[in-house]
Ligand binder design. Sequence first.
Ligand code: ADE
Length: 227
Amino acid sequence: MIAILGAMQEEITPILEMVGEYKTTEYANNKFYEANYKGKDLVIAYSKIGKVNSALTATVMIEKFGARALIFTGVAGALKRGIKIGEILYATSLVQHDLDITAFGHPYGFVPGSKISVQTDAKLNSIAQSVAEQLGITLKSGIIASGDQFVSGEERKSWIERTFDASAVEMEGASVAQVCDALGVPFCILRAISDEAGHKAEFDFDEFMVKSAQTSANFVLKMIERL
Ligand code: ADE
């Protein structure tokens, strides 16, 4: 069983349309869609926005539905210059930019007993690379920073980029990463860029989110064919 997880309905609607038939199960305040796509058993869901929601949904997909690999599909804000709206990026590793006990001398993103950054699965990332080659598109990669905050200002944006050397920002990847890492499930986080996280990012987000979500969803289904 392979899990495909998004945060918002718009991020998984294109997947559900492409898989055709599916069985819906309601559990833990959420809906889980089981389908078979080209011989692969899938469980598909959107978690709702944020780190807590996405951690819960990822856990349910693994513990209740038996997911043995997880692919996250969705949109993100670009932090580094040169990463443009509509482009796809996979996370090499993920950090939580809003986790802060620096008052006690710890670095940003760190709490005792866990790591600052969690790495994604090299095999899944190389499958993403080969899909990009097949489609003839440029696939970017970099550190993704997650936090319970829509970033729409130059100051916060450059602080996150500088502090974590992050390429993109979103609100779920690092929590999903932590769940998958703790439970020993290989995962990758794919995001198409919807905005540049700066001044008025919300306007770009509103304009480009649906199209970028579709871009990411198409890409993820191509990956499923190669698993
Ligand atoms: N997801 C897409 N764009 C984002 C942004 N600017 N901040 C946080 N999450 C996002």
